[in-house]
Design a protein around this ligand. Structure first.
Ligand SMILES: *Cc1c(COP(=O)(O)O)cnc(C)c1O
Length: 219
């Protein structure tokens, strides 16, 4: 199957309110260009260096999403162009993003990553940490970031009930905070679902899916 036909099949299966992030990590620019030529404009990468290299080489109407874990000292490299940072998991990181956004005279959109899986290795805030962050006075002062919603990753398992439970949990956390409106926080997005579980994620309320291998093939 070609990248173009994979992309078309997935697009046809997505409801209109769900945004597709084409996860292109480890794939060459030539593969991304095939998706671009098929109309895809949102790409997700998990390494800042790789995303920056691709940004330099590719058309400038692409929206680049950082979906990986972000180290504070590397924020400056993507601050001029990144369109959405999915994996924000601390106030300290948000402060650094705000600082770099200010230097670039822009507002950077972010999602807060929430820990919903059972695995130890996944990053993210738990529910109480999330609520603490959103009510922190230092958070309210950040004028060059905007929180658009939440991101989560389910446990890597075949157990559909387990995955469903975790996605439903993220949706319920989202619902409990979505009325929290400050000028830098306008919650509309739930980023959950990958190649193996995006249909389930959409059933559970996802509005943004991050799909890699089903478009570009295995890594
Ligand atoms: C790699 C990755 C994806 C895409 O995974 P696939 O299974 O290839 O669709 C989605 N989200 C994150 C955070 C990733 O790192």
């Amino acid at each position: 199957m070609s990248i173009q036909s994979n992309l078309n099949t997935i697009r046809e299966s997505l409801p209109e309110h769900v945004t597709l992030v084409a996860v292109s990590k480890t794939k060459p620019v030539s593969d991304l260009m095939q998706a671009y030529e098929a109309g895809q404009r949102i790409f997700g990468e998990n390494k800042i260096q790789e995303m920056t290299d691709k940004w330099e080489q590719m058309p400038k109407d692409i929206q680049w999403h950082m979906i990986g874990h972000v180290q504070s000292n590397k924020v400056k490299f993507m601050a001029p162009f990144v369109s959405l940072i999915h994996g924000v998991d601390s106030l300290k990181l948000l402060q650094e993003i705000n600082k770099q956004a200010l230097k670039n005279n822009r507002i950077i959109d972010c999602l807060l990553q929430v820990y919903i899986a059972e695995e130890e290795s996944k990053f993210g805030l738990d529910e109480s940490e999330l609520k603490e962050l959103l009510t922190d006075v230092a958070f309210k002062e950040l004028k060059n970031i905007r929180i658009l919603g939440l991101m989560g990753m389910a446990t890597f398992t075949e157990d559909q009930n387990q995955i469903k439970k975790e996605f439903t949990h993220l949706k319920s956390i989202f619902d409990s905070i979505k009325t929290n409106k400050t000028s830098n926080c306008q919650l509309s997005t739930i980023s959950m679902g990958m190649s193996g579980d995006y249909q389930l994620a959409i059933e559970c309320g996802s509005t943004m899916v991050r799909i890699g291998s089903s478009i570009f093939g295995g890594r």
